[in-house]
Design a protein around this ligand. Structure first.
Ligand code: AQP
Length: 338
């Protein structure tokens, strides 16, 4: 990340499909916090993306507000960051339509996340699930984002965004900034605690395979202590499938403490998985408890959250209108007389 220069725009989003997990935190949100002082930053809750899977309306509203509260609770200062809800800004879906008219079906069919999600038994394979990478491209290009901090699983979607932007710029002259993903070197793919060959997901992982940022401390500790490991006992990082469980726990440990994996291995020489898990449970609880407490306080202060959202949406809307009218003009739409 050393090569990034200041005054550039950073944008990212999280979809309110469930409780945010420690995977979302380590893979994406921790990076958001690091970047907030040196860049113009826009962090959204992408509620329209959540509609690609069935949602209970009341719960969706609650989860959306809860993520805004968690953004603040992990350390994003609303005075420094533009925090907003995607559906509060007109322009995301409009630009997505234009970009969709320039995106091949073949491009969308290659998307691994679509293939994985649509292959699940009983999956609701709707058009939105298929075209959602175009909406994500629109989210990014609408604000001319230079960098997009994401976990590994979103890299392919940012690459598609780059292709669409280049196609548009080539056809209609320079319009969009070509964004780059920022993917952490470690922790970009935190795995399910019960099935460490699969990603920990808010909606895909079973309850015991994930840790939510706002879980009760006793539950957090229980989840870590009952995480799947293997029949060995040495605390060693290994790329083999058999060691996927302990590798994942080491990655979580290293990311929450900033201690290198090599050092952690040394610290636990001669000790067993039980000792390691007990310490890791304490570390995770210590990190998450203040986040949960702050979140719970913020959720009681809806007026404050609404004020943050109002100011975030107003500022994002100005940028969105500017880009949208530029794009409409470039593609040949007649300017509306207002
Ligand atoms: N397990 C993970 N490890 C590291 N990073 C992760 N991210 C998600 N899971 C992990 C990153 O978190 C950001 C927000 O993700 P999202 O909510 O927009 O979509 P997602 O990637 O589909 O996340 P989930 O949690 O897996 O949601 P569901 O289960 O509903 O599909 C992204 O930057 C993502 O890479």
């Amino acid at each position: 990340m050393e090569e990034l220069s200041s005054q550039k725009t950073i944008l990212s989003g999280i979809k309110p499909t469930g409780q945010l997990t420690i995977g979302n935190y380590i893979g994406a949100m921790k990076n958001f916090v690091k970047l907030q002082n040196d860049y113009e930053t826009l962090y959204m809750v992408v509620d329209l993306h959540a509609l690609t899977v069935p949602q209970e309306p009341k719960e969706l509203r609650h989860k959306t507000l809860s993520i805004i509260a968690q953004y603040i609770a992990v350390g994003l200062d609303p005075e420094k960051n533009n925090l907003f809800i995607q559906s509060h800004v007109t322009g995301h879906t409009e630009l997505a339509w234009i970009l969709g008219c320039m995106t091949g079906l073949g491009d969308l069919s290659r998307m691994t996340q679509f293939k994985d999600k649509s292959a699940k038994p009983g999956a609701n394979v709707n058009a939105g699930l298929y075209t959602y990478p175009i909406l994500m491209a629109s989210d990014i290009l609408l604000y001319n984002a230079d960098f997009v901090p994401v976990g590994e699983d979103q890299k392919q979607h940012v690459e598609l965004t780059r292709d669409i932007a280049m196609r548009f710029n080539y056809r209609y002259s320079d319009t969009f900034t070509i964004p780059e993903p920022i993917i952490p070197k470690s922790g970009a793919r935190i795995m399910d605690l019960q099935n460490p060959m699969s990603k920990m997901g808010k909606s895909d992982s079973g309850e015991s395979g994930r840790i939510a940022l706002i879980d009760e401390p006793s539950l957090v500790a229980k989840r870590i202590k009952s995480a799947v490991t293997d029949s060995g006992s040495e605390i060693k990082f290994s790329e083999t499938d058999e060691k996927a469980g302990i590798r994942n726990l080491l990655t979580i440990y290293a990311n929450l403490t900033e201690i290198s994996i090599a050092e952690i291995e040394l610290m636990y020489e001669g000790k067993g998985y039980g000792d390691f898990k007990k310490d890791l449970a304490d570390i995770v609880v210590e990190r998450l408890s203040p986040i949960k407490n702050r979140h719970d306080d913020l959720m009681k202060n809806k007026d404050y959250l609404e004020a943050v959202l109002k100011s975030g949406a107003e500022s994002a809307q100005k940028k969105a209108w500017k880009m949208l009218s530029k794009v409409y003009r470039k593609v040949g739409l007649v300017q509306a007389v207002r």
